[in-house]
Structures are given as structure tokens and as C-alpha cells.
Design a binder for this molecule. Structure first.
Ligand code: AMP
Ligand code: ZN
Length: 302
């Protein structure tokens, strides 16, 4: 007897996602993309009166900024860097021979200036830093980026390439903490509108190794990260579909972003996992969007 179809199998069968043969690397159908852009519109409407600007980033960022972010130090297991062939004619011959013989052909692949963006807000901070001191009102940016995390999985919600839509607040401690509280409440409102079961809980990032575990504990104790959890996957605990993060002045110090008074800026961000939110909707309301509850259709399609 064959194993029952998983949620991922059903998404492939329905033509919502396209399998590539690599876990966590999928094509998206027009229907899947439509749900994502409708969700983005809903989230953008909620913040439209507050933002100072909006940006969309490509899936790569400069290696020096990637290093400054601390991602390589704290999450080397998830990080990805872009490599390219940097050999001469002789090396090229060797490359072709190795590929033809099925041998390792990567000897002349050298790191480029680009790392794959692991979190949508990282490319923003160096841009703000280069502008000089922030105005009194700080910055309030809406942004979107494809992100990469090396975490192959059969759980459809754990992709290697996925998009985050974020709002980022850069300013004083009071401004950033108030921003995060507002978005925790708005996150709940969104989940109610979308009729998805949800729960907000304190969380930590998956810092690498033994020392990393201590960092995770400290992050939780200081309540620096909260997540919006939704049950999505077969036989697994709930999945984080949004996160609400306060970085204190760590990024302000790391990148040299300063307030009008010259002190390091505080930063906070709310991240929406766009594929995860779409998957949660398909999980709870069915694979045919025409059959979704009227209230949900109204919230997304108007
Ligand atoms: P984080 O920076 O880990 O808080 O991620 C922000 C949001 O991105 C999470 O709340 C998820 O919704 C989404 N996300 C994180 N990792 C993945 C992944 N591997 N696949 C899909 N979405 C993800
Ligand atoms: Zn962020």
C-alpha cells in the first residue's frame, strides 16, 4: 500500500507548486502568486499611512554587509554565498573534463561579491547608514526580498528560497518598541481576517552550536523575538508565519546608523513569510481559492 499523500504532494498534484527535484526549491503557480500579492496588498494597506519609503531587493547582498550582519558568524549552517568560475583557459579545459567524467568540477569556483540575502531587512541598514544621521522621525520602510536559507526539508513551509515582506522601524528605543507592539496587534487582526488559527509566542533564532544555544536562551529571556504560529504541516507543531523582532541598537552599532543626537539607532522589524502565509491559507481553506470562506475572499480580493 502506498503512503498517504502529504500536503506537499497535494500542492504538486493541484499544480500550485512545481517540484524541482531539490527539497525547498519550488516553482509557484499563478494562483499561488495571486494569493501572495493579495496578502501583500492587505499588509501594505495597514501600514500605508506610516511608511517613509518602500523598497524591493534582489535575492543577493554585498558580502561585506552580509559579514557585518553577523549572519555568517551566528548561522553558518543556513548561509549561502554566490560562487563563480574564476579560472583561465587551462582551468576551463579541466572544468569541462571533470564535468564530462562526473568528477568534482568546483575547484575554480571562487566567492563573488554577493551573498544570498538571508533576511529581507539586511540590505536596508547599510543604505540608511550611508545617508548620515536619521531625521527626528527616524525611518519606517516597507520592503520585500527573496531570501535564502540552507534548510532543505520535505515540509512545504521550510523552503530554501522564499520571500519575506517586512516593515522595518529605525529610530529611538521608544519608537521601535511601540512599532513592534502595534504590529503584534495588527498581525493578530490579519490572522482573524484570514480566519486562520493562530497564537503569538516568544521565540529564538536557531543560533549555531553550543555557544549559540546560550544566545537563543538570552534572546528569549529578553523577549527580542515573537512569532505568529499557525498549524500547517502534517503531524508537526505550528509554523512561524510572521515574526516581530527588536534588535536593540545592535544593527545601529554594527552598520553605524545614528540618530539625530549621534547615538546608535535602534531597529525593529516585522517579517511576513509570504509562502508560509499562502500555504496556511491553502491548508485551512482548501486548495481551490474559489471555495474559500466569503470573509477570507473579501479580505484578499475585496
Ligand atoms: P525569521 O527571520 O526567521 O524570523 O523569518 C521571518 C519569516 O520568514 C518567518 O516568520 C517565516 O514566516 C518566514 N520564513 C523563515 N524561514 C523560512 C523558510 N525556510 N521557508 C519559508 N519561510 C520562511
Ligand atoms: Zn528583519
Amino acid at each position: 500500500m502506498s503512503a498517504p499523500a502529504t500536503f506537499l504532494d497535494k500542492l504538486f498534484d493541484q499544480g500550485l507548486l512545481y517540484d524541482s527535484g531539490v527539497d525547498g526549491l519550488y516553482g509557484r503557480s499563478a494562483v499561488f502568486e495571486d494569493v501572495i500579492s493579495r496578502f501583500e496588498q492587505l499588509a501594505l494597506n495597514l501600514g500605508k499611512d506610516e511608511i517613509s519609503e518602500a523598497m524591493v531587493f534582489p535575492p543577493g547582498m554585498p558580502v561585506p554587509d552580509f559579514k557585518t550582519s553577523g549572519y555568517m558568524k551566528n548561522f553558518p549552517q543556513l548561509a549561502g554565498t554566490v560562487h563563480s568560475f574564476c579560472g583561465n583557459d587551462h582551468d576551463h579545459m579541466g572544468l569541462i573534463q571533470c564535468m564530462a567524467a562526473g568528477e568534482d568540477w568546483t575547484a575554480n569556483q571562487k566567492i563573488t561579491d554577493i551573498a544570498l540575502t538571508p533576511a529581507a531587512c539586511y540590505p536596508l541598514y547599510p543604505i540608511l547608514a550611508r545617508r548620515g544621521k536619521l531625521p527626528e522621525e527616524g525611518a519606517y520602510v516597507a520592503l520585500q526580498s527573496y531570501c535564502f536559507r540552507h534548510e532543505p526539508s520535505k515540509e512545504p513551509t521550510r523552503m530554501q528560497m522564499f520571500r519575506q515582506r517586512e516593515y522595518v522601524r529605525v529610530g529611538t528605543q521608544e519608537q521601535t518598541i511601540a512599532f513592534r507592539e502595534t504590529w503584534k496587534q495588527r498581525g493578530v487582526e490579519i490572522m482573524e481576517l484570514l480566519q486562520l488559527p493562530h497564537e503569538v509566542d516568544v521565540a529564538n533564532d536557531p543560533f549555531f552550536g553550543r555557544a549559540g544555544r546560550m544566545m537563543g536562551v538570552s534572546q528569549r529571556e529578553q523577549e527580542l523575538k515573537f512569532e505568529m504560529l499557525v498549524p500547517v504541516n502534517d503531524g508537526a507543531g505550528p509554523t512561524a508565519c510572521m515574526s516581530f523582532n527588536y534588535h536593540m541598537d545592535n544593527f545601529g552599532k554594527a552598520w553605524g546608523i545614528t540618530l539625530a543626537d549621534g547615538t546608535p539607532a535602534h531597529t525593529a522589524c516585522v517579517g511576513f513569510g509570504l509562502e508560509r502565509l499562502a500555504l496556511a491559507l491553502f491548508r485551512h481553506h482548501g486548495l481551490d481559492t474559489a471555495q474559500w470562506p466569503e470573509g477570507v475572499r473579501k479580505a484578499l480580493w475585496g
